[in-house]
Design a protein around this ligand. Structure first.
Ligand code: NDP
Length: 332
């Protein structure tokens, strides 16, 4: 079978492409420019023409994916901005929403062979960022309406961290709406994955911390550099990038999803210090994270039962991240 992966050069997508190729799928990946493909071609050269890269320069343009969706069986839509460099909420929201709706529209018109679409949403589409309580339970009924409302009301004057949350929530809602409104005329179904923070080794070309994707950069700044995280006092969830890639493949083969497990940034620091893979990590406040991380539950029955997923534990994820940082010489 042939799978289209949008944003194929991303941290998550490179692992997804690798997992698909190793399982024997043919992959068509979209990238924004030719230069983004060189590293991919290099790391996947053993797979020869099983990997095809196509350029979609602007995912917000009407019909951007018209050519890319032709002849594929499954579409995995991962492309979406996740960074802290935006100067306007629309820098995040427009590509997230238009990119998602655009790929669905192209499939409706030209992707007649597509049976399933998997959209990489996020826990960002589920959390209430204004919740100051330390007990959080998220399931498929949880929606981050507060981020949408706040960004809508305050625009550029809202905290930039909310723009990403609003972008993911609006994009996921738009995907479900599209499927509902077009159910009579489409031949594919939709699976949405809502991962929490994604960690793990990176297949990307990383020369310095500036080349890390957002989640690994936050881990690097918080754990290795010892800078307080910008959301310090709440519990977070995590998943290993290799597990998330596997879940994307199983979602193509099977059905629906979620994710469970939690941490507080201090827990990551405690593990990183005890592993002693990278020396001199600032210790912070050892043990202080435990009671906080205990409050976070992400219901993951679907992921476990339908996809049959088992997740790598936190210690293993952090060990592999630190080993990877060390290999890439990101140790100071
Ligand atoms: P990366 O930043 O590594 O990759 C993002 C991908 O999306 C890249 O291919 C990037 O292309 C593309 N992209 C970003 N902005 C645009 C844009 N404006 N137009 C077209 N393409 C764009 O991110 P991740 O791999 O970490 O994230 C992948 C997906 O997973 C995203 O949808 C993200 O929201 C979601 N996710 C990630 C989590 C995490 O912790 N990492 C947690 C939960 C969800 P280019 O390189 O050209 O910019």
């Amino acid at each position: 079978a042939k799978v289209l992966v949008t944003g194929a050069n991303g941290f998550v997508a490179t692992w997804l492409v690798k997992t698909l190729l190793e399982k024997g799928y043919t992959v068509r990946g979209t990238i924004r420019s030719e230069s983004k493909g060189a590293h991919l071609r290099e790391i996947f050269k053993a797979f020869g023409d099983k990997l095809e890269l196509v350029i979609v320069p602007d995912i917000t343009k009407d019909g951007a994916f018209d050519e890319a969706v032709k002849g594929v069986d499954v579409v995995e839509h991962t492309a979406s901005p996740f960074h802290a460099k935006a100067t306007d909420p629309d820098d995040m929201i427009k590509p997230a929403v238009k990119g998602t709706v655009g790929v669905l529209e192209s499939i409706k018109k030209y992707g007649t062979s597509v049976k399933r679409v998997i959209v990489t949403s996020s826990v960002a589409a589920m959390v209430n960022p204004f919740n100051t309580e330390r007990v959080v339970t998220l399931d498929e009924n949880s929606w981050d309406e507060p981020a949408i409302a706040y960004v809508k009301e305050h625009g550029k004057n809202s905290p930039a961290a909310l723009w990403y949350l609003a972008s993911k929530t609006l994009a996921e809602k738009a995907a479900w709406n599209f499927v509902e409104e077009n159910k009579a005329s489409i031949s594919f179904d939709l699976v949405v994955l809502n991962p929490p923070y994604v960690f793990g080794p990176s297949l990307l070309e990383v020369h310095s911390a500036a080349d890390l994707n957002e989640s690994l950069d936050e881990l690097y700044q918080t754990v290795i550099k010892g800078n307080p995280h910008f959301i310090p006092e709440v519990p977070h969830g995590f998943i290993d990038v290799r597990d998330l890639a596997e879940a994307h493949v199983r979602a193509a083969e099977k059905a629906a999803a979620g994710g469970k497990r939690s941490y507080h940034w201090q827990d990551l620091t405690d593990i990183a210090v005890s592993l002693n893979i990278i020396e001199g990590i600032p210790k912070g406040n050892p043990g202080a994270g435990k009671p906080i991380s205990a409050g976070f539950t992400l219901k993951s029955e679907n992921t476990k039962e339908i996809l049959g997923m088992q997740f790598r534990p936190l210690e293993e994820v952090i060990r592999d991240v630190l080993t990877d940082f060390k290999k890439k010489e990101l140790d100071g």
